[in-house]
Design a protein around this ligand. Structure first.
Ligand SMILES: C[S@@+](CC[C@H](N)C(=O)[O-])C[C@H]1O[C@@H](n2cnc3c(N)ncnc32)[C@H](O)[C@@H]1O
Length: 364
């Protein structure tokens, strides 16, 4: 059953993390429209539409960004309420301006989607009808000066999506042990030269700490042997690994999935766009765990309690076609997956999900 209290006042951004909202006074909403091109937009609308059209549905965009997808959803149907979460204050301020015409159907929230349960409960909801996640960075974050995400621009090594958080990429390079640096470069960057790069960082940082993107990019370029280099910029994998570590991206994703499932109405949908295999594997495993039957072969009839509770509506992952890749290079690596909750999640599975959240310190 849907439980709803009064929606927060228009444009009152809900804060669940310390920090203030920046006024987005240097970038206009027209710019926002051009800065970030939403990936697989029509496919996302089609997957969300049946839920958007439900009367008074509650929809969460957990990665609002510049609201490209959110704006299209709001145009596509007229009676749902959208909660838009982003941990980047500047993106949230721009998105809020962009969605001004929908002010009474939209609640912006500054938080990580990892605090999903807390966010929706603080707004007075117990159940929601759909969640959309478009993971990773927006083009604003990549291109903007001083965010430190790009190995192509010389800027401070920051990489925080939420600038109210304390630890930057420079802090990690200065304080992590060599072993931990190897782990993150290997696990999050799948970097073959993780050991050599980590060793060089730990040796060099004694003389001069790594504070800029260029310093790090030069070191990686120096350390990785020129022959047999994989295609693309050699610093790409190390930058990806650091970004994932700074923002706890995989932990947030692992934690949000059971939280969403536990608050989803039957008939509700989860639609997720991932941009690298580490994210996509987490999503795929979670979706598969609820959409496959785990019974011994040869059982004549599957008991109702063992029937799947998720239906895989994308039948695996959708990708962008060549046309979209040519016009929007960000779409090259996208994997879009969606499921529908077709029945209540069995108690045993709910308890398993709650237990995993408890173990991570996320109370359910
Ligand atoms: C790819 S962009 C979303 C773009 C958006 N769909 C659009 O069309 O404009 C991803 C956004 O998610 C935000 N984000 C990433 N991880 C997050 C998290 N754990 N919690 C909240 N926001 C997050 C980023 O700050 C970024 O603004």
């Amino acid at each position: 059953m849907k439980q709803k209290n009064s929606a927060p006042h228009r444009h009152q951004i809900q804060e669940f993390a310390p920090g203030t909202i920046n006024s987005a006074d240097t970038i206009t909403t027209d710019d926002a429209q051009n800065i970030h091109q939403p990936v697989l937009l029509q496919q996302c609308i089609d997957l969300m539409l049946p839920v958007l059209q439900k009367d008074n549905a509650i929809i969460v965009d957990g990665t609002l960004g510049l609201a490209g997808h959110a704006q299209a959803f709001l145009h596509a149907a007229s009676s749902f309420h959208l909660i838009g979460i982003d941990q980047d204050e500047e993106a949230l301020a721009l998105a809020t301006q962009r969605l001004d015409e929908f002010h009474d159907r939209f609640t912006p929230v500054h938080s990580s989607f990892g605090h999903f349960t807390q966010v929706i409960r603080n707004l007075g909801y117990q159940k929601i009808d759909a969640v959309f996640l478009d993971l990773g960075l927006s083009s604003l974050q990549i291109d903007e000066k001083d965010r430190g995400f790009s190995y192509l621009i010389d800027e401070p090594l920051d990489m925080r999506m939420d600038t109210s958080k304390v630890t930057t990429a420079a802090d990690i390079l200065l304080t992590y042990s060599e072993k931990d640096l190897v782990r993150i470069f290997r696990d999050y960057g799948q970097e073959r030269w993780a050991q050599k790069i980590a060793h060089a960082i730990v040796t060099d940082r004694v003389i001069q700490p790594f504070t800029t993107t260029t310093q790090l990019a030069h070191l990686v370029d120096y350390v990785i042997p020129r022959k047999n280099r994989p295609a693309g910029n050699p610093a790409k994998r190390v930058f990806q690994a650091l970004r994932i570590e700074v923002n706890g991206e995989l932990d947030q994703l692992r934690s949000v999935l059971p939280q969403i499932a536990l608050h989803l109405n039957v008939g509700g949908r989860i639609v997720i766009e991932s941009y690298h295999s580490l994210e996509d594997t987490i999503v795929k495993h979670f979706f598969t765990s609820g959409s496959r039957v785990d019974v011994p072969r040869g059982i004549p009839e599957i008991p109702p309690e063992l029937q799947p509770y998720f239906k895989d509506i994308t039948h695996g992952a959708l990708k962008a076609d060549q046309n979209e890749v040519d016009t929007n290079p960000r779409s090259r690596s996208v994997r879009l997956r969606a499921i529908e909750l077709v029945k209540e999640i069995p108690l045993k599975e709910r308890n398993k999900m709650k237990h995993s959240l408890h173990a991570e310190g996320m109370v359910e």
